[in-house]
Design a protein around this ligand. Structure first.
Ligand code: ASP
Length: 585
């Protein structure tokens, strides 16, 4: 062994022991008579001391060590005169009597420190150096713990982990597929799974009863901070269950992970219907760390010659408690915020409830103080509060007000990343109408079961049918989603018809599943959690990249291995692929 101990474990109880340590040179300080080197490995840092007086040759050698050199040292553990209480090994140092350089290092392109000087792209290019930094490594440790604890919990309650294939055919999770050409089957392609959805359902038909898998999924979508082209799910499915059983089981997993990984106790998860989430938060993933619910004002505001409100389908607002002191400048900034194209409102109306009880609004021309009093009552506002109101078409107004609510939550410090507010959003609509293509899409996926009591509506008002579908939302982030599935061939067939599939298409794409349903499919349902998102939420970050060892950038590139990249002509020939490069302009 090139070491007797790690760099993170020695303390005063080891005083006087002879030890061997190996690791990387974090930094060295040459103080003339003495040279101090901090030696680092995954477990911590230990201070090494080289003394000019007692061993000049060795000390000279130590002075030549550069950052990130890999070395082995032997020496004695000694008590430090200058202790560092912040370091676990801060009470001791090693008086070195043997030094061997195992490898040298170029000067790293950025400092390997908690606060590094390296920009994102540079750190991605040298990710293996970035991964040497404590905070990045800690993120992956957290991910490791989450994975282990998930497996412990699932195993304890009888779930078995089954691997499903990666080379499959298209799965309908609503994104574009990544495809892989098949050499042996000319002109044919595999698709990478957007999720193991159909396979886990087949495992239920096979009688596996309780399945889970921590699994890679692939979706060719535009990227954001919380999206990667390949990501990981905790994917689960159960047989002979109702929605209630699934919510119970996975509420259990959620609480268990918070407890074991974060030491946080979570109360019973509240439930909110999709309809209420949209109505009160304008969002199917409401951040309920704070209230600030929407208040609809249509009845109170119409008929006062204020055209903006009179013409609006919806007038709705929020009450920002204690914010009456917002200055003109701050209000203008909020108006600019709601007018940004991503938010999409045409303007912002405000009412200040002054400390002296008077009310002042940006629409005083149209509304008397008596009118405003009624609004304040509707908002349950108190002196010192600020009411912010938007108007327009219902969907747009809700979306914009949701953005404004979150922005106010940020400005007022109501979105503390160390506070966790999970909930279930339930009763999603089964279908979503798309104006552009003039057809219905499955809101979750085509295997989701309608609520039995809503099945008759499938023929008359498909848009009103509710699904047995649910999402786990934490702090405004969709962490998981699932549904009770259709397990009856005829209902599944009907669903495909409503979604615009011809019988032939449905048979070609999903015949295997419908055939399986003819051999005794049990009632079943499941859920999948976004594992990367869960890790970043637990770690208090907005970016899932920080929790992935080798992530891709916003253009879907791995800049370290430089991928995607062209392949050789021989490979193309073998696959019988022609690349049609557009003419260069
Ligand atoms: N396959 C679904 C998804 O990836 C999850 C599920 O319905 O279990 O969102």
């Amino acid at each position: 062994m090139l070491r007797s101990h790690t760099c993170g474990e020695l303390n005063l109880s080891n005083n006087g022991q002879s030890v061997t340590l190996s690791g990387w040179v974090q930094r060295s300080r040459d103080l003339g008579g003495m040279t101090f080197v901090d030696l680092r490995d995954r477990y911590g840092l230990t201070q090494l001391v080289f003394n000019m007086e007692t061993n000049a040759v060795l000390c000279q050698e130590a002075r030549k060590l550069g950052r990130e050199y890999v070395i082995t040292v032997k020496g004695k553990v000694a008590e430090r005169s200058n202790k560092n209480p912040k370091m676990p090994t801060g009470e001791v140092e090693i008086i070195v009597d043997y030094l061997e350089v195992l490898n040298t290092s170029k000067i790293p392109p950025f400092t390997i420190e908690d606060n590094t000087d390296g920009g994102d792209e540079l750190r991605m290019k040298y990710r293996y150096l970035d991964l040497r930094r404590n905070n990045v490594r800690d993120n992956l440790m957290l991910r490791h713990n989450m994975g282990i604890e998930t497996r412990n919990y699932m195993n304890d309650i009888g779930f078995i982990e089954v691997e499903t294939p990666v080379l499959i055919k298209s799965t309908p999770e609503g994104a574009r597929d990544f495809v892989v050409p098949s050499r042996m089957n000319e002109g044919q392609f595999y698709a990478l799974p957007q999720s193991p959805q159909t396979f886990k359902q087949l495992l239920m038909v096979a009688g596996f009863d309780r399945y889970f898998q921590i699994v890679k999924c692939f979706r060719d979508e535009d990227l954001r901070a919380d999206r990667q082209p390949e990501f990981t799910q905790i994917d689960c499915e159960m047989s002979f269950v109702t929605q209630e059983d699934i919510l119970d089981t996975f509420e259990g997993l959620t609480k268990y992970l918070f407890k074991t990984v974060k030491g946080v106790e979570i109360e019973k998860l509240p439930r909110m219907t999709f309809a209420d989430a949209m109505r009160y938060y304008g969002n199917d993933k409401p951040d309920i760390r704070f209230e600030m619910k929407f208040v609809e004002l249509n009845e109170l505001v119409k008929g006062h010659d204020f055209k903006v409100f009179d013409d609006a389908e919806l007038v709705s607002g929020i009450n920002a408690a204690g914010s009456a002191g917002y200055t003109r400048k701050q209000l203008d900034a909020l108006t600019d915020f709601v007018k940004r194209p991503q938010v999409g409102a045409s303007g912002l109306v405000y009412v200040r409830f002054n400390e002296d009880g008077s009310l002042k609004s940006s629409v005083d021309k149209f509304y008397s103080e008596e009118d405003l009093k009624k609004w304040a009552e509707a908002f349950d506002a108190k002196p010192g509060d600020l009411m912010l109101i938007l108007a327009g078409s219902a969907n747009k107004t809700r979306k914009a007000l949701s953005e404004l609510r979150l922005e106010m939550g940020n400005q007022l410090g109501l979105r503390n990343p160390e506070v966790f507010a999970p909930l279930w959003v339930v009763d999603f609509p089964l279908l979503e109408w798309d104006e552009e293509t003039q057809r219905y899409y499955a809101m979750h996926h085509p295997f989701t079961s309608p609520k039995p009591e809503d099945i008759p509506l499938l023929d008359t008002h498909p848009g009103n049918v509710r699904a047995n579908a649910y999402d786990l939302v934490i702090n405004g982030v969709e962490i998981g989603g699932g549904s009770i599935r259709i397990h009856n061939k005829d209902l599944q067939k009907k669903m495909f018809t409503i979604l615009g599939f011809t019988d032939e298409d449905a048979q070609a794409q999903f015949g295997f599943l419908m055939n399986a349903f003819e051999y005794g499919a049990p009632p079943h349902g499941g859920i999948a959690f976004g594992f990367d998102r869960m890790c970043s939420l637990f770690g208090g970050s907005d970016s899932i990249r920080d929790y992935i060892a080798f992530p891709k950038n916003n253009s879907g590139r791995d800049v370290m291995i430089d991928s995607p990249s062209p392949i050789k002509q021989e490979q193309l020939d073998e696959l019988r692929l022609l690349i049609n490069t557009p003419e260069k302009k």
